[in-house]
Ligand binder design. Structure first.
Ligand SMILES: [Zn+2]
Length: 53
């Protein structure tokens, strides 16, 4: 299941390639889950936060 994220170089939404779930340090010592991947067209890194549970 691919996650859509905005590619700043293509200036459009694309489905991330090689996506993986990561944890990002956020304010207040909390962690936020996010999906990290690459644009399948230009290989620019893409990131999208996941809704917190
Ligand atoms: Zn792109």
């Amino acid at each position: 299941m691919a996650t859509e994220a905005y590619c700043v170089r293509c200036k459009t939404k694309r489905e991330m390639a090689n996506e993986k779930e990561v944890e990002i340090d956020a304010k207040g010592g909390k962690k936020r889950r996010a999906m990290q991947g690459a644009c399948p067209v230009c290989q620019t890194k893409m990131m999208r936060f996941l809704p917190s549970a």
